[in-house]
Design a protein around this ligand. Structure first.
Ligand code: COA
Length: 261
């Protein structure tokens, strides 16, 4: 599988390795990268030779430092809802993939990056990984399922704290919260751990693995409306002056001054 501009792909022993490859932009997820993810996962479902997927970010600094703020800065209320729903849809395809998907999170795993990692079935972090949902610094909220999946993974109180403060946490704290499954010192060791788990899963009955995915996800089906609330709220944020101020301040490399309007 090749021909993608923003994602490197490599197949080895039944495992498809995906590397988000926008290193100069901290692997930020722009629209084109999300569409590539959608196409890749459509092919993963159909391609019998692919048994599992590992996703990581290029370089040592970032897994993915969020959705691309240059694109976020151009949203209006109408396309903001579509923006959120589109990301939610692609991440839901990943979450529902019938083959195991593991994120190896190296470095900054922020915003849409944390949301992408949370949509995977498991997360293995390097010890320099940093997790957070810093959207509030831009006058917006997580829009790719983060308000729902973070709450499911770490519980209401900690999810509120992380999303309301925009604070980043380290890999060990993420481990203690249940946000990640394992922490390893280096990217090579994190990748080796992901491979060990993936190969163990690949030795089991594939249909049963797909059913575990369906059954585990079914636990949360009653919460699906929360995703709609999230997309609507995300679109409402984009109407505000604080959103203009937050995104401009990031791109102009200064501190935002929010007015609550
Ligand atoms: N979208 C677009 N570009 C991004 C980005 C994002 N989410 N995150 C980082 N970048 C870009 C920076 O603009 C910079 O580009 P430039 O060299 O053209 O100016 C480049 O990546 C390097 O980032 P920089 O901020 O210089 O690195 P740093 O080591 O000082 O800080 C971060 C790293 C991750 C802490 C910082 O980039 C950051 O806060 N990013 C935004 C995180 C965020 O808010 N994510 C949620 C978005 S919804």
């Amino acid at each position: 599988m090749d021909g993608f501009r923003n994602i490197l792909t490599e197949e080895k022993e039944g495992v498809l390795y995906l590397t988000i490859n926008r290193e100069d932009k901290m692997n930020a997820l722009n629209f084109a990268t999300l569409e590539e993810l959608r196409e890749i996962f459509d092919r993963v479902m159909e391609d019998k030779s692919i048994k599992a997927v590992i996703i990581t970010g290029a370089g040592e600094k970032a897994f993915v430092a969020g959705a691309d703020i240059r694109e976020i800065a151009e949203l209006n209320e109408v396309n903001a809802r579509k923006f959120a729903e589109n990301g939610q849809e692609i991440f839901s395809v990943i979450e529902n993939c019938q083959k195991p998907v593991i994120a190896v999170t190296n470095g900054f795993t922020l915003g849409g990056g944390c949301e992408l990692a949370m949509a995977c079935h498991m997360r293995i972090a390097t010890s320099n990984a940093k997790f957070g949902q810093p959207e509030v610094n831009l006058g917006i909220i997580p829009g790719y399922g983060g308000t729902q999946r973070l709450t499911i993974l770490v519980g209401r109180g900690k999810a509120n704290e992380l999303m309301m403060t925009g604070d980043m946490i380290g890999a060990e704290e993420a481990l203690s919260l249940g946000l990640v499954n394992h922490v390893l010192p280096t990217k090579a060791e994190a990748m080796a751990k992901a491979e060990e788990i993936i190969h163990k899963i690949m030795s089991k009955a594939p249909l049963a693995i797909g059913m575990i995915v369906d059954c585990v996800n079914a636990v949360y089906l009653s919460e699906e409306n929360g995703y709609q609330t999230e997309a609507n709220s995300f679109a409402r944020c984009v109407k505000s002056g604080d959103y203009k101020e937050g995104t401009s301040a990031f791109l102009e490399k200064r501190k935002p001054i929010f007015k609550g309007e």
